[in-house]
Design a protein around this ligand. Structure first.
Ligand code: ADP
Ligand code: ZN
Ligand code: ZN
Length: 746
């Protein structure tokens, strides 16, 4: 539990999670020897994860003619005689004994039983290839003189090595290569199939960049820390376009030159092909890029190339934090504020927090980078836990984009979603052959209500969180505390009946754009247009090559894109994201709007940003116009402290789900009552039960309890004594309970 405690940023989680984590890693990389995975974990975690072995199963080999001397051994063998095969779990249950592993291993060593590993060894896939024989006939020019294609193939074998690398590309058939075998030039061999990350998106290499003074300063601080080989965490707070990527690259060069390895985390690899491409350009075969579209074989190769030291840098999304590298010098978490770092299903972990812990285990440094750090990280930097490095300016004196709000209530509209003003501004850019990115934020429009006249959204009077519309009961409900009120189709503030409470799609806006700009090709990037493999890359490539000058998309378009000709960014319905029922809504929105604004005017032409808004006097817009993250943080933190939301507290979410709605709700309620009797009231508070954000999922009803921990943390002893036992008495076939520490989505 101590380790779990550390791994999960100060709040203990159950040991079970770690075991699942290890198993899942094994699955992920498809490597068999579990021992290998365990071996490359930090020593402290290793012992816990060794328990994974419990999931292996045992089979009776031969007990004939052998005698065993203890009753326990005899019982085990007897059971295996009857049942042939049992898992350790089953054996433990039947014998009512936990410590069996040693006995079983001894029985295995004695040849009584055999152990079947859950993970069988996966070998690299192989294929037939041709290579030159050890002593090919001399005078190939003469011998193959009348077969020019065979001569070409021979020469290719001579210069390029075995045929696997070129046969297909150069069109040498196996019939042709077999001729070379017959004539004694070549022989058949088998080679491992190697696969490599190929980006569907690529751009021509940029000119080499020399670090600016600000970048050099940051680098020198980080470089010194790496040399010290002492754990430390840095928060690189650099505005969009301040050149964080170059800092990462130069730092990695230093780390590699010092003979060390590195891990680089990015939120989602398919959304940031440019970043991946830039790292590839610098590190070529020294880097392994892990991504979700990898085939099993590719995963296998990736794992082994890291394990064997063939590559020194692992770059990828959150699970890359488990890359089997040793001797790590730095772990970089780019866009550390991104919600994608949290895994919301089992095993639940936050890759950023895990990165910090892993860096600590390895005496490495951890670098968190962002233009809009998460409040948790910024708070840690302010109280001295992390070292803050500020990069307040863009590269080459490029100016920050100018942000303008368009008040949608009064604004004349060109179409339903696009104001006349924005339309005219887009026109202007197109006339100059510049490019435009339009964002329609759709995420998390989880059913809160929004008045199209005055921008009002009803919120819970206890939690200050938007209420969510439930169609069946015609009710508004708070997903934190469960408060409900009747829904009327009328705004509570201005009495308008123009309420908006259903999602609005990018597809419809695409149609509107087509009528406004019939001569333009519109690129649309959302869930629907990017479901096919490589489609992100294709869309971005088309935009990069200026096959289109308008890119419309969901928040996907906000991430890390760097196109010099984009001079205008428009956000169509900026308010949507502010109304999601989540205490982080403002933080997320500030971050999203900053990120998407950051796509504008990155090169010499100054950029502009237009936000179409209803709720003009929202804090977030004021903060954006203000341009000061720090001020925004300070203002928001007063609210968080008042309502005791993270980072002013810690949250743990308990979720009860069942096909029977009553069961789920009742269990949550009774769990709450029992838990309350064990918890120190001055330190914690329990909210709920309330229906979860999505109340019914896959035919199961979900209710949640929120535990707010104000000071300190729950002791591991508490977890061991109470929580484990408590939960065990609730979990059953009809009801499942999950615990989410530091939940990101509520
Ligand atoms: P960030 O990630 O901080 O938003 P990037 O790393 O994408 O910023 O850099 C912004 C732009 O500035 C990129 O086009 C990059 O190529 C360019 N750039 C970064 N550092 C330098 C430098 N030292 N000299 C010239 N151009 C640079
Ligand atoms: Zn209203
Ligand atoms: Zn509430």
């Amino acid at each position: 539990p101590v380790i779990a405690d550390l791994l999960y940023g100060g709040v203990p989680v159950l040991r079970q999670s770690l075991i699942r984590l290890a198993l899942w890693m094994a699955d992920y990389y498809l490597t068999s020897p579990l021992d290998t995975i365990i071996a490359c974990l930090p020593a402290a975690v290793r012992t816990t994860v060794n328990d994974v072995a419990e999931l292996n199963s045992f089979e009776l080999k031969s007990a004939e003619g052998k005698t065993v001397n203890t009753p326990l051994r005899r019982s085990i063998l007897q059971m295996l005689v009857n049942e042939k095969k049992l898992t350790l779990r089953q054996l433990q249950k039947r014998l009512g004994k936990k410590q069996l592993y040693r006995t079983l291993s001894e029985l295995e060593k004695g040849g009584y039983i055999s152990l079947q590993k859950k993970f069988a060894t996966t070998r690299p896939k192989q294929k037939t290839a041709y290579s030159l024989t050890a002593a090919p006939p001399e005078n190939p020019e003469i011998l193959l003189g009348n077969a020019p294609r065979q001569l070409e193939a021979y020469k290719a074998l001579l210069t390029l090595g075995d045929s696997s690398g070129f046969a297909e590309a150069l069109g040498f058939s196996s019939a042709l290569l077999n001729e070379l075998v017959k004539k004694g030039f070549a022989e058949k061999t088998t080679v491992d199939i190697r696969s490599n990350f190929r980006n569907t998106y690529s751009e021509s290499p940029k000119n080499p960049e020399r670090p600016t003074a600000a970048q050099a300063d940051a680098l020198s601080t980080l470089g010194k820390a790496v040399e010290k080989q002492q754990f430390n965490t840095f928060l690189l707070h650099g505005v969009t376009g301040s050149g964080k990527t170059l800092i990462y690259i130069e730092l990695l060069k230093k780390v590699i030159a010092a003979g060390k390895n590195a891990i680089v985390l990015v939120p989602e690899i398919s959304l940031t092909p440019q970043t991946a491409g830039r790292f590839r350009q610098h590190f070529h075969d020294d880097i392994t890029i892990l991504h979700s579209a990898m085939s099993d074989q590719e995963k296998y190769d990736a794992w082994h190339s890291l394990r064997n030291g063939r590559t020194k840098i692992a770059l990828g999304a959150r699970s890359t934090i488990f890359a089997p590298l040793e001797n790590i010098g730095v772990i970089i978490v780019d866009e550390e504020h991104d919600g994608a770092y949290k895994q919301d299903r089992n095993p639940r972990y936050h890759a950023r927090d895990t990165a910090i812990m892993r860096a600590m285990f390895e005496n490495a440094i951890c670098v968190l980078g962002s233009a809009t750090p998460s409040f948790e990280s910024y708070q840690n930097a302010r109280n001295g836990k992390y070292q803050l490095i500020d990069l307040p300016e863009r590269i080459d004196g490029a100016t920050m984009p100018l942000i303008t709000l368009i008040a949608m209530r009064e604004a004349p509209k060109a179409t339903a979603s696009i104001s006349d003003r924005l339309y005219r501004e887009i026109r202007k850019r197109l006339e100059k052959n510049e490019q435009v990115i339009l964002l329609q934020n759709r995420r998390g429009f989880a059913g809160s209500v929004f008045c199209l006249e005055c921008g009002h959204t009803p919120v819970c009077k206890y939690c200050n969180i938007p209420l969510v519309y439930h169609a069946t009961e015609k009710q508004l409900r708070c997903h934190y505390c469960g408060h409900t009120q009747i829904f009327t189709e009328q705004c509570g503030k201005c009495n308008s009946t123009r309420l908006f409470y259903k999602s609005s799609g990018t597809e419809r806006i695409e149609e509107e754009l087509k009528t406004l700009f019939p001569e333009e090709t519109i690129l649309r990037m959302d869930i629907d247009t990017t479901s096919a493999k490589g489609s992100h890359g294709r869309i971005l490539k088309a935009f990069h090559e200026k096959k289109s000058r308008i890119l419309l998309g969901t928040q996907m378009v906000a991430k890390g894109l760097d196109f010099p000709d984009v001079t205008l960014v428009g956000v169509l319905m900026a308010d949507i994201g502010l109304n999601i029922p989540d205490f982080r809504a403002s933080e997320r929105m500030y971050s999203l709007l900053t990120q998407v604004s950051g796509r504008s005017g990155r090169a010499s032409i100054p950029g502009e940003v237009y936000l179409q808004v209803y709720n003009l006097d929202n804090e977030v817009y004021r903060a954006l116009l203000d341009g000061s993250y720090k001020k925004f943080f300070e203002r928001e933190m007063t609210l968080r402290k008042l309502l005791r939301y993270p980072p002013a507290s810690k949250l743990v979410k308990f979720e009860f789900s069942s096909t029977d709605e009553k069961k789920a709700e009742e269990a949550a309620l009774s769990f709450k009552e029992r838990l309350e009797t064990h918890l120190p009231a001055e330190k914690v508070m329990l909210l709920g039960p309330a229906p979860a954000g999505i109340t019914k999922l896959k035919n199961r009803y979900r209710y949640q309890l929120l535990l707010k921990i104000f000071t300190g943390k729950l002791s591991p002893a508490f977890i061991r004594h109470h929580l484990d036992a408590l939960l065990a008495s609730y979990r059953n076939a009809k009801l499942s309970v999950t615990i989410d520490v530091d939940p990101q989505n509520l």
